[in-house]
Design a binder for this molecule. Structure first.
Ligand SMILES: C[S@@+](CC[C@H](N)C(=O)[O-])C[C@H]1O[C@@H](n2cnc3c(N)ncnc32)[C@H](O)[C@@H]1O
Length: 350
């Protein structure tokens, strides 16, 4: 397996490649990438050719831009349309505990959506037939079949703790009925996949408090209220009617960059449309002063050199934290509901 097959948001192939080559470099390796603009898919070739070993060494664990990845080899072409999977897996010998059929989001791959769904069941069947299906084996990896067309696919593998269990790394979130804006989905996804369900359960509960900076019309405030959190919603704009009458929402008409909370809070969330540098400095100031225990925020990215912008923002965040920097971990992800933006979660280290 000489490469990683990586899926990302269409249009972010160059940024994803730049990030992954950078991460390889940090881990003492080197490599190059082959991208297809707009396809939402790229191949990255670690210099020494052992793509699986680099994955297993957690080289990509904290990557921002990939939605999904696996270690794989050359694209297998010319698959017969009446039985694609048996020839594709003819040489596959490794038992697996999970298996996904998936494809990219751009470059015409979307048309493969129905085929992807249709092959999901048969993939498991072929693995069972071959005696390679071991769902109870805690150490067995996940198999990835990534379709490039109706007759070509990559077959790859990744440790289950690293690759996404969701086909294409895309969450299928329910529409949040009653939420005042589509932005609510961003916070919902961030809480599930960036904060994590366990941490959300422990750290976001009834009786806790938050500030929501740039809150209107109130999608994020609405999500916080679903978990019982009392919210200072800071925005000069209007909140949705349901939030206006909620006694546990205090609408603060103020500038989010200068407003100070009346008490120390559990959460700071922020969806301000502003320069990443201004937003990370604001987040770091709040945490440094102990105004909130943790922060979840969105960073709007420039049109170009987005990976560079993320790196600059991370550096500025920790610089602004100063001596408090060692008390926090920052995780940044380009979530499915993020467009030209990424979401960051700053959590206190125990
Ligand atoms: C993307 S919207 C937030 C959407 C919100 N998260 C939701 O889920 O409905 C950004 C908001 O930031 C507000 N905003 C921009 N600059 C601000 C500032 N300096 N102080 C307070 N609010 C600000 C805007 O009025 C706007 O309502």
């Amino acid at each position: 397996m000489d490469r990683w097959l990586v899926l990302c948001r269409p249009g972010f192939e160059g940024d994803t490649a730049a990030e992954l080559i950078h991460l390889l470099g940090l881990a003492g390796g080197h490599g190059h990438a082959r991208t297809r603009d707009g396809a939402g898919l790229l191949e990255v070739f670690p210099g020494d050719g052992d793509a699986l070993a680099w994955l297993e060494a957690d080289t990509l664990r904290d990557a921002v831009f990939p939605r999904q990845y696996c270690a794989t080899g050359t694209l297998v072409e010319g698959l017969p349309t009446d039985d694609r999977l048996r020839p594709l897996l003819a040489d596959w010998q490794q038992p697996v505990a999970d298996a996904l059929v998936e494809t990219a989001e751009g470059g015409g791959h979307r048309e493969l959506g129905k085929l992807v769904q249709r092959l999901q069941g048969p993939l498991k069947g072929v693995l069972q037939e071959r005696g390679l299906w071991r769902p109870d084996d805690p150490f067995a990896p996940r198999l990835h079949v990534v379709l490039d067309s109706g007759s070509s696919a990559w077959v790859g593998v990744a440790p289950r703790r690293l690759s996404s269990p969701l086909p294409g790394g895309i969450p299928r979130l329910r529409r949040l009925g009653g939420a005042p804006s589509r932005s609510a989905l961003k916070l919902d996804e961030a809480l599930r996949y960036l904060v994590g369900e366990n941490e959300r359960y422990l750290q976001m509960r009834s009786g806790m408090t938050a500030a929501d900076l740039g809150a209107a019309p109130g999608g994020w405030t609405w999500v916080l209220r679903q978990w019982g959190v009392g919210v200072f919603a800071v925005d000069n704009g209007a909140l949705a009617p349901g939030l206006k009458v909620d006694p546990d929402v205090v609408h603060v008409r103020a500038d989010a960059f200068t407003w100070e909370p009346p008490q120390a809070l559990d959460w700071l969330v922020c969806d301000l449309v502003d320069k990443p540098a201004r937003v990370v400095e604001l987040m770091a100031r709040w945490l440094r002063r102990g105004w909130a225990k943790r922060a979840l925020f969105n960073l709007k990215l420039p049109m170009r050199r987005r990976w560079q912008a993320v790196q600059d923002a991370e550096l500025r965040f920790f610089r602004t934290l100063g001596p408090e920097a060692e008390r926090f971990r920052l995780r940044v992800r380009h979530l499915y509901h993020d467009r030209e933006e990424v979401t960051a979660y700053a959590e206190p280290l125990a």
